[in-house]
Design a protein around this ligand. Structure first.
Ligand code: NAP
Length: 460
């Protein structure tokens, strides 16, 4: 039986599930190479799921089994687009499945968005998740008030992480510098701004209940705003999820503030019209969406828009600027009306940035089905793993394979043990590559250190 050779670009849940479904196929023999630009696998499971959601993150264990399945290889630290192009992958494999996720941010498109202090929530998420490319200026946490725009689950993750106590942070795998910074920052009030009413919030009841139970912060919901939403809900019956969420919001709205050191305040029916300041943001002007003549100013030095993500164009691959996704028909990439032979898409790059991890399994099943349905018609062109390995070697790419990733993971566990924590993530790419054994130790940016006790001087 001929072996169908498939390349998957991206090792997040969508790419990993797709690799798994293909590798488990019995009607064909399938080998899958999963390319990942980072030295680490799992995409948003590692760098998006909040660190205080270790239970959700534990899905890494089952995703990891996928890469230990015979016929599936992990090729980390390989950037498709520069180390190897999509066209080259199409020459070397029978099918190429794109699973690059949605690594860019949607913009609000209002004045002042580029002022210092207006930072996409993703940058903060990447920073606290120890992403090697994170770009977040921690001096912004000197602001007394932070404003989060958007009321989705990302907004709640960010709000929660801003108020977590040091002990809670130390139960996560965040790097030591993240614990130190978040244990002692100036933000006292976090405002979460939704452009519609509470009945239209995108966050889930489960996430809201978790937020409502955080230590160290009062969660504040205006009873008046909620009353409007409850009236609306009474008119639109038959939305049990909305009814549950409103009931949870009501419990919180009726609670007396406990005088906690921090607070999280929900502001519904408001949208930012502009950000005001000289070089840095000083105020957000919020218009009331039910009466745009009402505009209020909120003083702040840190605004974190959490208004959704976009995919990124890949050289040689069609892209829809309008939707921020790769155009496709039944998971097959299309260029205008024409199917691009041998090119498929899965995950957020296919359907936009929505859904939970499990949603990607269904999405991956559809994409894998398309790959397999086309298999018989595909002329044999896969050249074998050795050819792609030779190509990457000739370009000096330090590939992190699965065993080398396990060495990074072991180094993280060791770092955790040394500081009395289960695990501490490596956050510097050079340190990861040293731990993986693909570059010599001199390349590490800084000696990997154990954590200082909280309260000790961070100067070093
Ligand atoms: P999301 O759920 O789509 O929420 C985006 C929020 O931004 C919405 O409140 C939206 O309001 C608002 N928004 C969009 N454009 C805006 C604009 N121009 N001005 C003001 N507000 C604007 O996206 P997300 O929070 O980034 O989450 C992405 C996906 O990941 C979701 O499916 C989410 O459930 C999932 N996720 C899950 C978890 C978890 O399960 N724990 C954690 C994180 C993320 P409108 O509704 O009015 O458009």
């Amino acid at each position: 039986m001929r072996t169908l050779r498939v390349a998957v670009v991206g090792s997040g849940p969508a790419g990993a599930f797709c690799a798994q479904i293909l590798a488990e196929e019995t009607a064909h023999k399938v080998s899958v190479d999963v390319f990942e630009r980072l030295p680490t696998p799992f995409g948003l499971v590692r760098y998006g799921v909040a660190p205080d959601h270790q239970k959700i993150k534990s899905i890494s264990a089952s995703l990891g089994e996928i890469f230990e399945t015979p016929g599936v290889r992990f090729l980390g630290n390989v950037t498709v687009g520069s180390d190897v192009t999509v066209d080259e992958l199409r020459e070397h494999y029978d099918a190429v499945v794109l699973a690059p996720g949605a690594p860019l941010d949607r913009r609000l498109g209002i004045a002042g968005e580029d002022l210092k202090g207006v930072v996409a929530a993703r940058n903060f998420v990447s920073w606290y998740s120890g992403h090697p490319d994170a770009d977040f200026d921690t001096s912004l946490l000197a602001a007394e008030r932070a404003v989060i725009v958007g009321v989705g689950n990302v907004a709640l993750d960010v709000a929660r992480m801003l108020v977590r106590t040091p002990d809670e942070l130390r139960r996560t795998d965040v790097p030591a510098h993240v614990v130190e910074t978040l244990a002692d920052h100036a933000v006292r009030e976090v405002c979460v701004v939704g452009r519609r009413g509470p009945e239209s919030a995108k966050f889930t009841n489960k996430e809201f209940l978790e937020l409502a139970g955080v230590e160290g912060a009062d969660v504040l919901v205006s009873p008046e705003e909620l009353a409007l939403a409850e009236e609306h809900q009474a008119r639109v019956a038959g939305q049990p999820a909305v009814a549950r969420l409103l009931a949870s919001l009501r419990k919180v709205a009726d609670r007396e503030p406990q005088g906690q050191p921090r607070s999280i305040r929900f502001l519904f029916n408001r949208t930012p019209v502009d950000f005001v300041g000289d070089a840095s943001v000083a105020d957000v002007r919020l218009a009331c969406t039910t009466d745009p003549s009402v505009v209020e100013e909120l003083a702040t030095g840190l605004v974190l828009p959490a208004v959704g993500y976009r995919s990124v164009p890949l050289t040689g691959v069609p892209f829809s600027e309008a939707t921020g996704t790769i155009p496709q028909r039944d998971s097959r990439v299309i260029d205008g009306d024409d199917i691009v032979p041998g090119l498929y898409v899965v995950g957020w790059a296919k359907r936009g940035p929505s859904g939970v991890i499990g949603t990607n399994r269904l999405c991956a099943a559809d994409t894998a089905a398309a790959v397999l349905a086309d298999a018989a018609a595909v002329p044999e062109r896969g050249t074998g793993s050795a050819a792609i390995d030779d190509l990457l070697r000739s370009r000096g790419v330090a590939v992190v394979d699965w065993s080398r990733w396990l060495a990074i993971e072991a180094a993280e566990m060791e770092l955790g043990r040394a500081s009395g924590r289960d695990r501490i993530k490596l956050h510097d790419r050079a340190d990861m590559l040293v731990a993986a054994g693909v570059v010599p130790a001199q390349a590490a940016s800084s000696p990997t250190r154990t954590e200082l006790p909280l309260g000790a001087s961070a100067a070093r």
